[in-house]
Design a protein around this ligand. Structure first.
Ligand SMILES: *Cc1c(COP(=O)(O)O)cnc(C)c1O
Length: 380
């Protein structure tokens, strides 16, 4: 079955009792048991809830897997997956990892003896060199935020398999309709479902997905033990948002391609980061492992002053953090998502003072281009 069909079938699961085509929101913490000796599938909503089950099965199916878990935020999903590791374990992590993932590794998990090394995953020799006797996993995020650096997923998986390591991939930026890491051999996929999966900038949510029963058992154990599960109303909103994932990603990524090609021609723009562009160093790898360049790009307008002019003069995009909504979101990583890094760390990550991130929504791309054009005209 094609993704667009799977999405509708898996997000439209009729209620067995009433026939309601939309899954009911089961606002119940506890479930009546009819048998004194044998409990039913659901007993307490931290451990499992029927609405959450439908949404978890839907995200799993989209990634081509059997086991899905939903959390209160993307960071809850990522933290819970990382908590399946133990004191003394070591992880290799992409140096371009999401800021919240950086923080949980650097300031929380290290206090409990879960160690890590940040590596540029494009450098396969550096990845090999970073493997220690206690290394347990390699953590991938591709394309990365905000410069859209591409990691060769099958190449990392090959190294991991050779050394008996797990691989975890944050698939937030692509969504499962554009990239399926589990089909490329990755063991666990994580998402900030706040972004493209839900798609309407209305909820915060996270997901973890795997094909492997033993890994699923470990992940479920921590999900239930920590309890950072997604509330049922938000599960329903996620199901609702996901119904249009295919069509949203198609519109947003084709617009992003068009806008990136236009940006490359503008004299005010010194650099365009978008793996859908043939000029991008990650382009070939991107097209081998994903359908297209995705819906997020970033571009440099030369200075902070120019970035300010663009942010203040564009009329269509929301100037805000986050991404993946139906509305285009313009953000300024040096002061928003990457404000916690110092200037040196930002420079090392390619986050230059003139860099703006553009998460393309489903508006008409020509309107977005016209809007950028009039804002660029204000740059001296
Ligand atoms: C937003 C984001 C996260 C964190 O998700 P939250 O829902 O904000 O907790 C993790 N990874 C990536 C790539 C993200 O963009």
């Amino acid at each position: 079955m094609h993704d667009w069909t799977t999405i509708i079938k898996k997000t439209t699961v009729a209620d067995k009792e009433s026939g309601a085509v939309n899954t009911p929101i089961q606002l119940s913490s506890t479930f009546n048991q009819t048998d004194f000796d044998h409990f039913g599938e659901f007993d307490y909503s931290r451990s499992g809830n029927p609405t959450r089950k439908v949404a978890e099965d839907a995200v799993a199916a989209l990634e081509g897997a059997k086991y899905g878990f939903l959390y209160s935020t993307g960071m809850a999903a990522i933290s819970s997956v990382l908590l399946t590791f133990s004191q003394g374990d070591h992880l290799i992590v992409s140096k371009y990892v999401y800021g919240g993932t950086f923080r949980i590794l650097e300031e929380v998990l290290n206090r409990f003896g879960i160690d890590h090394t940040f590596v540029d995953l494009a450098d396969l020799d550096a990845v090999r060199a970073a493997i220690q006797p206690n290394t347990k996993a390699i953590y991938i995020e591709t394309p990365s935020n905000p410069i859209l650096a591409v990691t060769d997923i099958p190449a990392i998986v090959a190294i991991a398999k050779e050394k008996n390591l797990l691989t975890i991939a944050d698939n937030t930026f692509m969504s499962p309709v554009l990239q399926k890491p589990l089909e490329l051999g990755v063991d666990i996929v994580v998402h900030s479902a706040t972004k493209f999966l839900s798609g309407h900038s209305d909820i915060v949510a996270g997901a973890a997905i795997t094909k492997d029963k033993a890994l699923a058992d470990r992940i479920y154990f921590v999900q239930n033990a920590v309890g950072a599960t997604l509330g049922v109303t938000d599960c329903w909103l996620l199901l609702r948002g996901m119904k249009t994932l295919g069509i949203r990603m198609q519109q947003s990524s084709s617009s992003a391609q068009k806008i990136a090609e236009w940006l490359e021609q503008q004299p005010q723009v010194t650099r365009v980061c978008y793996p859908g562009l043939p000029s991008n160093s990650g382009h070939d790898i991107q097209l081998r492992q994903a359908k297209n360049g995705g819906a997020v790009l970033s571009f440099d307008v030369g200075s902070e002053a120019n970035a300010k002019i663009v942010a203040e003069n564009t009329q269509i995009p929301e100037f805000s953090v986050s991404l993946g909504g139906v509305e285009t979101i313009l953000s300024y990583p040096p002061k928003m998502s990457h404000a916690e890094l110092n200037e040196e760390e930002r420079a090392a990550s390619g986050i230059t003072p003139g860099l703006l991130r553009f998460s393309v929504g489903i508006e008409d791309p020509d309107d977005l281009i016209a809007d950028l054009k009039q804002a660029f005209a204000k740059i001296k």
